[in-house]
Write a protein that binds this ligand. Structure first.
Ligand SMILES: Nc1ncnc2c1ncn2[C@@H]1O[C@H](COP(=O)(O)OP(=O)(O)O)[C@@H](O)[C@H]1O
Ligand SMILES: [Mg+2]
Length: 346
């Protein structure tokens, strides 16, 4: 239903979205998860035809959002981060107004407004001014607005941001009830959100897709060998530096130390099983190994791990480019002095 292929969006020098690809099947709820500034809103603006991409292609229901924008928009409902409400209008006036703009035929306007108010559960505030609504209601009026022309696809940008816990639960239930009839992409920077609402998750960080899977698979595929609980008896000294020194270990998190017994959570590079080397390291110190077992990572930790690996490889790239710059400038200064030498010889 939605295809995004190699989408890149630059704002001047800033690359907000960098070669992002994903697709969403009909009736599916896709979670678009990433920290603030990851590029979620930018991707959604491109997908809804509000902004052109720098490179790449996106289609909704088979229609190219750049080349067939009218057809694509007819099938898309968009809830922006901040719903564009007119504070002086009542909810009913506002929705009738938007229905007209969206080209809902006059004959079906009243019915469409009523239906979308019911679906988004805002009928009880129909004659209240938009400006007087609570954040939760404003968000739902925004959702009613997105539903007005009965689109197949819903693009919801952080639909639960700023809501209180009760409103969050209500909104989640509402979104789930819309799936099936609708294909939904919802963005969030909050992990439990996707685990509870979505069937599939695309994790984005610094404009790039860093993972894509079901919430369960993401947890399972990264669980086990990548995080290991270790308890050692050193008799006194700290075990952390030794564990940290094992090849493939990214991070050692101390959980507790008591009577010379240390507990750690050891996080390793993805796909690098460090268990044997951990055992060797502990044994070669003459310490007692009391426990060693895989730990199931929460989605929160997976997210941290993925985004940290990303920034660590960024740091590594930055360091290696500094190195090569260093080499280059040494080489060029050598060439300079060679040239000067040549001159003085001449
Ligand atoms: N209109 C804009 N002009 C320049 N930079 C922008 C603009 N909008 C967003 N950005 C930048 O693009 C990046 C992605 O932003 P955004 O798509 O809003 O991320 P998210 O929605 O995930 O928080 C950020 O670095 C942000 O500062
Ligand atoms: Mg955003």
């Amino acid at each position: 239903m939605i295809e995004v292929q190699h989408l890149t969006k630059r704002y001047g020098q800033t690359t907000a979205v960098d070669d992002v690809s994903f697709s969403v099947a009909k009736g599916e709820i896709l979670g678009f998860l990433g920290p603030n500034g990851a590029g979620k809103t930018t991707t959604m603006r491109v997908l809804t035809g509000y902004m052109p991409a720098t490179h790449g292609k996106a289609t909704v229901a088979g229609y190219d959002v750049f080349e067939q924008p009218v057809e694509a928009k007819r099938r898309t409902g968009y809830l922006p981060e901040t719903p564009p409400l007119y504070p002086e209008m009542t909810v009913h006036e506002y929705l009738t107004f938007v229905a007209a703009i969206k080209g809902v035929p006059p004959a079906s306007r009243t019915r469409q407004v009523d239906t979308s108010m019911q679906t988004a559960r805002v009928t009880d505030v129909a004659y209240r001014r938009c400006g007087a609504l609570s954040k939760g209601y404003r968000q739902r009026v925004g959702l009613a607005q997105a539903l007005l022309h009965n689109p197949e696809v819903l693009i919801l940008d952080e639909p639960t941001a700023g809501l209180d816990p009760k409103q969050i639960i209500d909104t989640r239930e509402l979104i789930k009830s819309l799936a099936g009839d609708h294909t939904i992409v919802l963005s969030t920077h909050i992990l439990p959100e996707v685990a509870q609402t979505c069937q599939r998750v695309v994790i984005i960080n610094k404009g790039r897709v860093v993972a894509e899977d079901t919430p369960d698979n993401l947890t399972a595929s990264l669980a086990g060998v990548e995080a290991i609980y270790v308890q050692v008896d050193t008799g006194g000294g700290d075990a952390a530096p030794v564990l940290q020194g094992v090849t493939g270990v990214v991070r050692v998190v101390g959980t507790e130390a008591r009577d010379g017994r240390f507990s750690f959570e050891v996080h390793s590079e993805r796909g690098h099983d460090v268990r044997r080397d951990l055992v060797s390291a502990v044994v070669s110190q003459g310490w007692g190994l009391l426990e060693l077992r895989p730990v199931r990572l929460s989605l929160e930790e997976i997210f941290l791990q993925l985004t940290m690996e990303e920034s660590e490889s960024d740091a590594a790239r930055a360091a290696s480019s500094r190195d090569s710059d260093g080499v280059a400038s040494e080489a060029s200064s050598a060439a300079d002095s060679g040239a000067q030498g040549g001159n003085s010889d001449a």
